[in-house]
Design a binder for this molecule. Structure first.
Ligand code: SAM
Length: 207
């Protein structure tokens, strides 16, 4: 039976998770390499956590608006604080992504550490949400853990030490990830393995 990850528990270790975010941002940078926009961009992060990656994106591109969505009030408050100096329109949405009703479209739609917490049908709904939120010529970035030998070793060690807290996490294979993206009619522009444990994809909507 699926036991949902306790995100409050995760965010108690926020300092540790911030170290890993530095690595994750390198994956974003690689995926965004070669991506250009003619105008300031609108960015949305789905399951934003601390909003770290959105903040970094705003240093990379001129940004007109950022929207950050998370169902956890504590971490959304952290994200709000973290992005307080950012000079653009900001929206912090405390909501379950499965009940999100978005009217706007975004040039960059992204998530990291989200899909793997849901079974297939819900995972695909989340991918569809990325797709539906895309503006014309917009790009989606999704990063998920994948069951590589290093992932299995690292997870096995944490489980043995009773330090594994992601109770509903199921790492996603390249074939599953590809099928999820294609099921939403997303065109994969790049898909790469990062730090031996994660897969990142850069996609656009198929026309
Ligand atoms: C691994 S964390 C993301 C970390 C984030 N990338 C960062 O930079 O801090 C996953 C986040 O997704 C959020 N989340 C998971 N399922 C959600 C849902 N159905 N609706 C809204 N937020 C959700 C959790 O509350 C959690 O903050």
């Amino acid at each position: 039976m699926r036991v949902a990850t306790n995100w409050d528990r995760y965010y108690k270790r926020i300092k540790i998770s911030q170290i890993t975010l530095g690595f994750i941002w390198k994956a974003y940078l690689d995926l965004l390499n070669g991506v250009h926009f003619r105008q300031p961009v609108k960015v949305i992060e789905l399951g934003c956590g601390t909003g770290y990656n959105t903040l970094q994106i705003a240093k990379l591109f001129p940004v007109s608006k950022v929207t950050l969505v998370d169902a956890n009030p504590k971490v959304l408050a952290v994200a709000e604080k973290k992005l307080s100096r950012l000079k653009c329109k900001k929206e912090f949405v405390l909501k379950d992504l499965f009940n999100l009703d978005l009217s706007e479209k975004y040039d960059i739609v992204h998530s990291q550490g989200l899909l793997e917490h849901y079974p297939l049908e819900s995972r695909r709904k989340l991918v569809q949400l990325h797709k539906e939120s895309l503006a014309t010529d917009g790009v989606a970035i999704i990063i998920v853990p994948t069951p590589s030998p290093v992932y299995k070793l690292w997870r096995g060690m944490l489980e043995m030490m009773h330090l594994w807290i992601y109770t509903d996490e199921v790492a996603i294979t390249r074939a599953e990830f590809t099928a999820d993206l294609e099921a939403s009619n997303l065109q994969i522009l790049k898909m790469k393995m990062y730090h031996l444990t994660e897969l990142g994809a850069l996609c656009k909507a198929r026309s």
